[in-house]
Write a protein that binds this ligand. Structure first.
Ligand code: UDP
Length: 236
């Protein structure tokens, strides 16, 4: 099924496939943090992320949120629609953690009164700087209307995912989404939704079940991701 390698990132590879306009997204076992300075290969991580990402995209689809997801194709492979990616990442935060704490001097764990959306310019070389909608407009990355649509979709994702995770005793602290355009110009969700790009805390103990386990050497990453998959009833 896999054709030519079209793209390789830190956590995934994209291959051409048998259908024009579709790609195979392969999840790698690599774990990276701090712009790739910290790197490890964790056996089984690709499989976990592929299963978790497919699960979330299916649930989001059922809730009316369009994405590039077509179907889970294999243990580490997802079939997707090819998108023209928009170089603006949307971060949604329910609780203060990570970069916002450093930037604004907030205490980690402070619940936010309502979900906050932030925009970042997707550029490894520039370390994904935070931007305002004006930058996206001025530099032609996305229009104001595009950004509004992305923010609205990101908040709808928050409702669906927060609820689903709360039901299994997990708090959705924050997460990053990427969007792209389909061939007919519609904006849909792209990339992946995994514990690599979300913060997930156990609702009772506060135990971290996401990539912070790796970033901060808090124990086994594979065990944490397994816990997320098991609680959501995801078959591996
Ligand atoms: N995030 C991501 N990729 C990025 C930047 C952030 O997946 O390039 C995710 C991160 O895992 C967290 C959320 O987005 O769930 C908010 O990240 P933050 O801005 O706090 O940055 P961090 O301190 O995690 O680098």
């Amino acid at each position: 099924m896999r054709g030519k390698l079209k793209y390789e990132g830190k956590g995934k590879r994209l291959y051409a496939c048998d259908v024009a306009g579709e790609l195979i997204q392969e999840f790698k076992d690599d774990a990276t943090a701090f712009d790739g300075i910290k790197h490890d290969v964790i056996a089984g991580k690709g499989r976990l992320n592929c299963a978790i990402s497919s699960f979330f995209f299916e649930k989001l689809h059922a809730a009316g949120i369009a994405s590039h997801y077509v179907r889970k194709e294999g243990p580490v492979e997802m079939r997707i629609r090819e998108l023209t990616m928009i170089p603006v990442e949307v971060v949604v935060r329910n609780v203060a953690a990570g970069s916002i704490c450093k930037r604004l001097g907030l205490e980690e764990g402070m619940a936010l009164k309502w979900p906050l959306t932030e925009l970042f310019y997707k550029s490894d070389a520039l370390h994904d700087p935070m931007i305002a909608v004006e930058h996206a407009e001025l530099f032609g990355w996305a229009t104001r209307q595009d950004i509004e649509q992305m923010r609205a979709m990101a908040l709808k994702v928050n409702e669906v995912m927060s609820g689903m995770l709360a039901d299994v005793g997990i708090r959705l602290i924050d997460y990053k989404l990427e969007f792209g355009r389909t061939a007919d110009g519609a904006i849909v969700l792209g990339d992946e939704i995994t514990p690599d790009g979300c913060r997930l805390w156990d609702a009772e103990t506060g135990r971290k079940l996401d990539k912070d386990v790796f970033r901060r050497d808090l124990g086994g990453l594979s065990e944490a991701y397994h816990e997320v998959a098991n609680r959501l009833g995801i078959e591996l």
